[in-house]
Design a protein around this ligand. Structure first.
Ligand SMILES: NC(=O)c1ccc[n+]([C@@H]2O[C@H](COP(=O)([O-])OP(=O)(O)OC[C@H]3O[C@@H](n4cnc5c(N)ncnc54)[C@H](O)[C@@H]3O)[C@@H](O)[C@H]2O)c1
Length: 310
């Protein structure tokens, strides 16, 4: 790997990916494109590559990168606040960024790995496979369905070109604090509980989600380059956990005994159940999540406590 482009590299998953790329390929030239609408420069502490501050949709990619090519492109830039219901902004910025990128990358057919989302499945009742129909419940999810549609279209036009979509489930881990109310439930509950407050969760805490640790997500994202063809893969932990279980896990890691403080869920479009079938990623990408919920929470709480004391 000599040169890599990462869009959204100042964000949560993007920054973890960039730092791991740098670690694995110390001599590679890594270029981040991010307009910092939700990302934060502090996520990139220790980064030795280039950073272009721009909206991907507005960057003149062929001019900017006239002299060089990349070995791989990871496209993670996106509005990530699912409660942003501005339809024009979500669809225009998320979809046009991807369209511009694919138009430009089609020239060299550089392998592209892009972030889709479990949100595309909407309110499914059972384990989600990649074949489960899309049922977007908000405009963020709709924009991700459009990314999957575009990827399929470009693949049809260029069958030899590898464009791999990853439907991330609920990702948690280091470098997500900048996301505020859009950060993971695990981070938000940690903050409340570490301050000695009762964790506030939706009544009755039995909603279940597939929580996946960012270190596993980064490993899967890099492994996606090994995909045998253009495909979409679920990237979760392969198990769901209830919000009550998260509270129990945090109590264990923090040595506290705080009881949940339940309140009514105000979101009508909420996904009360997600669980990824990850058999395709296991088989084709050799994806093997190393962090179950307990291990992930412990690793993360250790990191958060070190951050707090530094
Ligand atoms: N975190 C999760 O649980 C999760 C779940 C499913 C999918 N995803 C997807 O993974 C990707 C990364 O998400 P994240 O959790 O790291 O969120 P994030 O908000 O931390 O990262 C997104 C980054 O993209 C940048 N950005 C947004 N729109 C841009 C644009 N048009 N041009 C340039 N930069 C832009 C932001 O400034 C930010 O740095 C996103 O595509 C997101 O939709 C995340």
């Amino acid at each position: 790997m000599r040169s890599v482009l990462v869009t959204g590299g100042a964000g949560f998953i993007g920054a973890n990916l960039v730092l791991e790329l740098q670690n694995r390929y110390p001599d590679a030239w890594i270029v981040v494109v991010d307009d910092f609408r939700s990302g934060h420069f502090s996520n990139l502490e220790g980064f030795r590559g280039d950073c272009i501050a721009s909206n991907v949709a507005e960057l003149r990619l062929s001019e900017r990168f006239r002299d060089g090519t990349f070995d791989a492109i990871f496209h993670l830039a996106s509005i990530t606040d699912t409660t942003d219901h501005d339809q024009l902004r979500q669809v225009r910025d998320n979809v046009e960024s991807f369209r511009m990128l694919l138009n430009w990358a089609s020239r060299d057919q550089t392998p592209v790995v892009y972030a889709s989302s479990a949100a595309t499945y909407g309110k499914a009742q059972s384990v989600m496979t990649e074949a489960t129909d899309a049922s977007p419940q908000n405009v963020y999810a709709f924009s991700k369905v459009q990314l999957d549609n575009l990827a399929r279209y470009y693949h049809q036009q260029h069958p030899a070109w590898k464009i791999v979509g990853l439907r991330y489930f609920n990702v948690y881990g280091p470098r997500e604090a900048h996301k505020g109310h859009a950060s993971s439930m695990i981070f938000q509950l940690f903050q409340q509980m570490a301050a000695g407050k009762r964790p506030r969760i939706f009544t009755d805490g039995e909603q279940r989600r597939d929580f996946v640790y960012v270190k596993d997500v980064v490993a899967a994202t890099l492994a996606a380059l090994m995909a045998p063809d253009s495909r979409i893969y679920n990237i979760g932990s392969g198990a769901s956990a209830s919000f009550n279980q998260i509270v129990a896990g945090l109590n264990k890691a923090l040595g506290t005994q705080l009881e949940p403080d339940y309140f009514e869920n105000p979101y009508p479009f909420y996904q009360n159940f997600t669980e990824a079938d990850i058999s395709l990623a296991r088989k084709e990408l050799e994806y093997q999540p190393a962090f179950d919920l307990d291990r992930g929470i412990h690793d993360y709480v250790d990191w958060l406590q070190k951050e707090r004391s530094s």
